[in-house]
Every structure is written in structure tokens, then in C-alpha cells.
Design a protein around this ligand. Structure first.
Ligand SMILES: O=P(O)(O)OC[C@H]1O[C@](O)(COP(=O)(O)O)[C@@H](O)[C@@H]1O
Ligand SMILES: [Mg+2]
Ligand SMILES: [Mg+2]
Length: 335
């Protein structure tokens, strides 16, 4: 048995998963296999994202999803790829997807896990070659084996996640995830078809100088949020907003920063979805030393009531999110 040396940068994702499994004497390998299934689907979607313009899979699909958003072809293709990989992998009994109104039963009644996913995040950026992503949350089922998963299995608070992560399809493709023991990032080497450990034990800087928010909504935000954005400007902080949650969060994770998608007149409950966008990133942020809230409450403690529920979202460096709270809640004035 190979000695328990620290895992080196350049370790394959497969080996990393295997080695981490050894840390759990009672682990039975299903979660490890599920993480591999997600990585497999990510490799396929990565290829399609890279070639979208060449093989005519850019652009609109011509239908709307349950959110009333126009689906892009890649939203639908990524959804199919991930569902297929999770179904064939056999570890998942039920899937919640941004692109499907209802729970998706995979038929794997012995499957231990529930996956909530945003198959393609940042859809408005697909055709303009800006980073996009996939977001996933993994829960253990609560209901008895042998049956399909039920709504209760799917409406668990974020604190119950056993693993969560995202894939970013950008200048390089990376998979970043946590199983509750820190956050690690793997970069995809397409010519070898492997993800390699490139960012070990990621810690989000407690402070940063970058704020990320769709400023075009400024006059739709409440007074507190406007006061915080005024503070960011007066403090000459740097504004960065790509319009892809995964891309904007990934930058904050590595460099420090804060991302906000507050409630607006158009989206009074916020735009982002608790089950398959915010819970996963909140788990990652907290595991990396950051904070994620709905402006008041810790996202992970929110009890979900609907599959596609939305919430206002603030996430990022600890001191920056705390500062935002004090200004937004009117306990401090902008400088
Ligand atoms: O265009 P807006 O209103 O700024 O919204 C951008 C936000 O919406 C999203 O695109 C929503 O995610 P989807 O693309 O998965 O629907 C986020 O990635 C992004 O942060
Ligand atoms: Mg999304
Ligand atoms: Mg999406």
C-alpha cells in the first residue's frame, strides 16, 4: 500500500478521490464513483462547449425552462449528458435540475444519493466565449431504498450536503469540489483526458478588493444594497462581473472578493436558485473560510420549500461579506 504522503499537485482526480476515500474506513465507494461520474460528464460537456461554434450547438434551443428562461442548446445538451452519466453510474436515485420542472427519477432505486444540478451556468455567455460552468450538490437520500426518491429527499438544507462543487469551462477547464474536508481544484488536461490536482486546499482570502454585482440593476436594489455599492465605489474597489455565477465566484474564491445578486424589482426573491446554485457554492465558500448568506441568514441553514426556489445571494471573503451586511442592514454608513 502506497504510503500516505501528502497528495502532490499533478495527482489525478481519480487517485485523489481514492486516497481521500481511505480517510473514511467505512466508506463503500459509492460517493467516490459518483464524483467520477460527474467528472466524466464534465469532460464530455467540455468537448461540446469547446466545439459549440463548429458543430452548430450554440444559440437558442427554442423552448423555455420552468424558470421562464429561453433554454440554450447547450443547456439542454449539458442536462442530457449529466442525467445520462448519473443514471448509468447507478449511485443516484433522483436528480433535481434547473432545466426540469419536476424531480428526475433515474430508476436506480438502490442509489444512495440525490444530486441537485445546474447543468450549464452562465447561459447568456455561451455564444460569446465567456467562462460558463456546471454546479452540483450531493445529498444522501432519507427515504427507504428500493423506492424512487421523494420530495423530502430533495428539500434538505445545505448543511446536509455530503459533497458539492462546480466545473468551470473557461480559459482552462477546472473541477472544484468539497466533501466537507477542505476545497480542492483540478485542471483538465484534454489531450490526456484527465483532471489533475492543481489547486490544493483552497482558502479564500479574508479580504479582497473586487466586488461583483450587476450594476445595471442599481436602481432596482433596496437602499441598503445601494449604500453598499456606493461604499465599494467610494473605496475605489475594482468592479468585475462576467454574468456567469461560476466564473464570478471562482475569481472571488482564488483572489478574494464579494459577489452579490440581491433582490430586484424584477426578481423580488433574487434570481439565483437555492438547491442547485447557492447551496453548492455556499458549502465551498465556507469550507474555504468564506461566508454565504441571503443578506441576513446563512444560506446553508435555509430550509428549502420548493425545488426551484430563489433567494438573494451574497458570497465571498469573510470580512467583505460582514462589511456588506453592516452597511446593507443600515448598521453602518458608506464612507
Ligand atoms: O444577467 P444577470 O441578471 O446579471 O444574471 C446573471 C446571473 O444569472 C445566471 O446566468 C443564472 O444562471 P443560469 O445561466 O444557469 O440560468 C448566473 O450564472 C449569473 O450570475
Ligand atoms: Mg446558473
Ligand atoms: Mg443554468
Amino acid at each position: 500500500m502506497e504510503s500516505k504522503l501528502a497528495l502532490q499537485v499533478g495527482t489525478t482526480l481519480d487517485r485523489f478521490i481514492m486516497r481521500k476515500q481511505e480517510d473514511f474506513p467505512f466508506a463503500t465507494g459509492e460517493l467516490s464513483q459518483l464524483l467520477r461520474d460527474i467528472a466524466l460528464a464534465a469532460k464530455i460537456v467540455n468537448r461540446e462547449v469547446n466545439h459549440a461554434g463548429l458543430i452548430g450547438i450554440g444559440g437558442a434551443y427554442g423552448a423555455q425552462n420552468v424558470q421562464g428562461e429561453d433554454q440554450q442548446k447547450l443547456d439542454v445538451i449539458a442536462n442530457i449528458r449529466f442525467i445520462r452519466a448519473l443514471r448509468n453510474g447507478g449511485e443516484v436515485c433522483t436528480i433535481i435540475s434547473e432545466e426540469d420542472d419536476e424531480m428526475i427519477q433515474t430508476g436506480n432505486c438502490k442509489g444512495k444519493y440525490i444530486v441537485a444540478m445546474d447543468p450549464l451556468d452562465g447561459s447568456s455567455n455561451i455564444d460569446v466565449n465567456v467562462s460558463i460552468g456546471t454546479i452540483f450538490s450531493i445529498y444522501r437520500r432519507l427515504s427507504a431504498f428500493g423506492e424512487d426518491g421523494v420530495m423530502n429527499d430533495c428539500l434538505q438544507p445545505g448543511t446536509q450536503q455530503v459533497a458539492a462543487g462546480y466545473v468551470i469551462y473557461g480559459p482552462s477547464t477546472m473541477m472544484v469540489y468539497t466533501t466537507g474536508n477542505g476545497v480542492n481544484g483540478f485542471t483538465y488536461e484534454a489531450s490526456l483526458g484527465e483532471f489533475y490536482l492543481s489547486h490544493q486546499n483552497i482558502r479564500i482570502p479574508e479580504n479582497g478588493n473586487i466586488y461583483s454585482c450587476n450594476d445595471g440593476n442599481y436602481w432596482q436594489f433596496d437602499e441598503g444594497t445601494r449604500a453598499y455599492l456606493d461604499y465599494c465605489r467610494k473605496a475605489s474597489m475594482t468592479a468585475r462581473y462576467t454574468g456567469s455565477l461560476v466564473g464570478d465566484f471562482h475569481r472571488s474564491l482564488l483572489k478574494g472578493g464579494i459577489y452579490l445578486y440581491p433582490a430586484t424589482g424584477k426578481a423580488p426573491n433574487g434570481k439565483l436558485r437555492l438547491l442547485y446554485e447557492c447551496n453548492a457554492l455556499a458549502f465551498i465558500a465556507e469550507q474555504a473560510g468564506g461566508i454565504a448568506t441571503d443578506g441576513k441568514k446563512r444560506v446553508l441553514e435555509i430550509q428549502p420549500t420548493e425545488l426551484h426556489q430563489r433567494l438573494p445571494f451574497i458570497i465571498g471573503s469573510k470580512n467583505m461579506v460582514e462589511k456588506a451586511h453592516t452597511i446593507i442592514q443600515g448598521q453602518a454608513v458608506a464612507v
